[in-house]
Ligand binder design. Structure first.
Ligand SMILES: *Cc1c(COP(=O)(O)O)cnc(C)c1O
Length: 399
């Protein structure tokens, strides 16, 4: 065994789930019920989540990627579609377009926030005749919130739809031009929004996802596509043969999420505000520690998410710093059992997207960001001592 003296502490990951006895009890209760898959907890989770983000409808699905796929289907993405998204995201944000045969059009990021740069999107739209592009998928990257009001204006001008990838930002918000808080996923600006319940995200169900919308027609399509395109709704059936009768009306998938995972989701959601407050508290401590640290840059909160000193709409899925010797810092932290992570390798530089014609150099801001970014540990159960240890090691390496 190779034991180094510097790795005495227990591993500190960049993100992790927080499971309480209440969560465990909720899952066990469902295991002992009559429903392993589609039971009452699915609708309960959907209603609780819709109310949490302020949307009219919510559809629970098997994971965030399935949520994106269903959104692309419901909006009619096909071989003719050209959809704009950011290269600094988890690849699923782009892949959903490919699942439906559409073309992914990346646009570069804003260097200060690492969010999709609306000016780059505007320039793309202006460079082609109206109708060339089909939709935009902005991402609330790191939990920093996109100004969807601005994206909506642009989308309306060019007749585009919007899917908000809000996987990093349940509970986050931006402030609109009237000074109103607009919660991520509330459906006021985006046609559809999606969330993930992967263990590193704010709310963990193991695997799981959610779509929110205020659009009833899209909601009905999502319900159909989630379960093979099959309906039993008497109002929708074309024929009626008897009690067993159902119809497959569209080509859908099995993207259902089991009842026991929804029970976990309901239980987790009850602590979502506390977890979010804790994330914001951790961010404040990092902010203060790195404010005057030479050689360390922190990502800026988008202006619409910032409400003075005391309040922020940033949901802090990640806390990202930028340093010149990122690999050096990453390796150094690992020797001290701190498992920082890189978010993200620009999607357009992945071999799959390079084979579709993208190349390194296409999005220089995203690529420069990638060379320097590192996500530090950020999760509600991170202790003050652990955070202090992380800050100390980062400063030790930089200084
Ligand atoms: C996690 C994530 C997804 C995909 O969610 P899964 O539940 O893992 O499929 C999509 N987009 C972003 C930005 C994510 O962080």
């Amino acid at each position: 065994m190779n034991s180094e003296p510097s790795t005495q502490n227990k591993p500190i990951p960049y993100g992790r789930q927080h499971i309480t006895q209440d969560d465990i009890d909720a899952v066990i209760e469902t295991l002992q019920s009559d429903f392993l898959t589609q039971g009452p907890k699915v609708a309960e989770f959907e209603q609780a989540f819709a109310s949490y983000v302020g949307a009219r409808y919510a559809v629970a699905v098997s994971n965030g990627t399935a949520a994106l796929h269903l959104c692309a289907m419901a909006l009619g993405v096909n071989e003719e579609s050209r959809v704009i998204t950011t290269p600094i995201t988890f690849v699923a944000s782009a892949n959903c377009v490919r699942y439906c045969g559409g073309t992914v059009e990346f646009a570069d990021i804003n260097p200060a926030t690492a969010l999709l740069d609306i000016n780059k999107v505007r320039a793309l739209l202006e460079s082609k005749p109206k109708g060339y592009y089909t939709g935009i998928i902005p991402v609330d990257f790191a939990g920093n919130t996109v100004n969807l009001e601005e994206f909506r204006k642009l989308a309306d001008k060019y007749g585009l739809w919007l899917i908000e990838d809000a996987c990093h930002a349940p509970g986050g918000y931006f402030t609109d031009s009237k000074g109103q808080k607009q919660l991520c996923g509330n459906g006021n600006y985006a046609d559809l929004a999606i969330f993930s319940f992967h263990p590193v995200k704010h709310i963990a169900t193991g695997e799981g996802g959610m779509i929110t919308t205020n659009d009833e027609a899209l909601y009905q399509k999502l319900l159909l596509y989630r379960t093979h395109g099959i309906t039993r709704d008497p109002q929708l059936l074309e024929e009626d043969h008897g009690g067993w009768y159902m119809e497959m009306q569209e080509l859908g998938y099995n993207y259902r999420i089991p009842d026991m995972l929804c029970a976990l989701g309901v239980s987790q959601l009850k602590r979502a505000d506390a977890g979010l407050a804790r994330r914001r508290g951790i961010a404040k401590i990092y902010d203060a520690a790195f404010a005057n640290a030479e050689g360390i840059e922190v990502l800026q909160t988008s202006p619409e998410a910032l409400q003075g000193d005391s309040e922020t709409g940033h949901a802090y899925h990640l806390y990202v710093i930028k340093v010149a010797d990122r690999k050096g810092l990453y390796d150094f932290l690992r020797t001290h059992n701190i498992f920082a992570q890189v978010h993200y390798i620009p999607a357009h530089t992945m071999p799959y997207y390079r084979n579709l014609g993208y190349k390194k150099g296409d999005f220089p801001v995203a690529e420069a960001y990638y060379n320097e970014c590192l996500s530090l540990p950020m999760y509600p159960s991170l202790t003050a001592e652990e955070q202090e240890f992380v800050i100390g090691k980062v400063k030790e390496f930089i200084g």
